[in-house]
Design a protein around this ligand. Structure first.
Ligand code: MLT
Length: 264
């Protein structure tokens, strides 16, 4: 679907009768919408489940302008409009969470509940921004596969790396499915993103914060702080998972989400 000048690949799944709010899952960096393959079937019996690839990722194409976090938010709003969805439960993991904050800032009325997984509200430090610029340069020079060795031990927790080698393989394929330019632009978009710390106390929809107990990128301490700053937010820490609990401990992650949304 052509959205704000970018061609976006999306999936729109409903296997039963829609009786609950739609759920939209926002993918992490530098992955794609297939990271939600264990979530869509778990929720599509009662919810319309939307996943899509950010511009420049997976099957989506970049638009004419350099991508920013606000483009991501605008793309999400436009996609939902095109699909006739007025309000949805938004679940963003890591970069998907950064985009969810940008979306909240501009389109809060379209959010019925928020799930923030393995993400952070703070903007990058100067050192962090430099690392993002280095990543953009590396991927433009050497392609997405140059990120695989560096990213996998950061994305996947120690327990999963030890016990489930096929997950590293799945993540590698996702990284390699992306265009170098899409990854580079997203890296720079994350570097330039606004700090969302002040936004936390203004969030007034039901909110769930989820984090893998072994997440070293956006650790449980970060999730606890975020949860403490959002009114009535709940925290779920997923044992045996790193930065990608929805893949590493899919059933436990799905149960945490199901418990949250059944009380909405
Ligand atoms: C992600 O998982 O989206 C990224 O690792 C987030 C980040 O680099 O800050």
């Amino acid at each position: 679907m052509l959205v704000n000048g970018a061609e976006l690949a999306h999936r729109d799944e409903l296997s039963g009768e829609e009786s609950e709010a739609p759920i939209v899952f926002l993918h992490a960096f530098p992955l794609n919408q297939s990271m939600w393959d264990d979530q869509a079937p778990a929720f599509s019996d009662r919810h319309r489940v939307i996943t899509f690839d950010w511009r420049g990722f997976g099957g989506s194409r970049l638009g004419p302008e350099t991508a920013t976090m606000n483009h991501f938010a605008d793309d999400l709003a436009r996609l939902l409009n095109e699909l006739g969805i007025k309000r949805a439960i938004i679940c963003g993991l890591s970069m998907g969470g950064y985009a969810a904050f940008a979306f909240y800032r501009k389109y809060a009325g379209m959010i019925s509940a928020l799930i923030l997984a393995d993400t952070r509200a703070k903007a990058d430090t100067e050192e962090g921004r430099k690392a993002r610029r280095d990543t953009a340069e590396l991927v433009r020079r050497s392609g997405p596969s140059a990120l695989v060795e560096m990213m996998i031990p950061k994305l996947i927790g120690a327990t999963t790396l030890r016990n489930d080698p096929h997950i590293a393989e799945r993540v590698r394929k996702m990284i390699e499915s992306n265009t170098a330019e899409g990854i580079a632009q997203a890296s720079l978009a994350m570097a330039a993103r606004e700090d969302s710390t002040d936004l936390l106390e203004r969030i007034d929809c039901p909110s769930l914060v989820v984090v893998g107990a072994e997440d070293n990128l956006t650790p449980p301490s970060e999730a606890e702080n975020m949860c403490g700053a959002i009114r009535n937010a709940r925290l779920e820490v997923i044992a045996g998972a790193g930065h990608l609990p929805n893949i590493e401990q899919a059933d436990v992650f799905n149960l945490a989400i199901a418990r949250f949304i059944e009380n909405l």
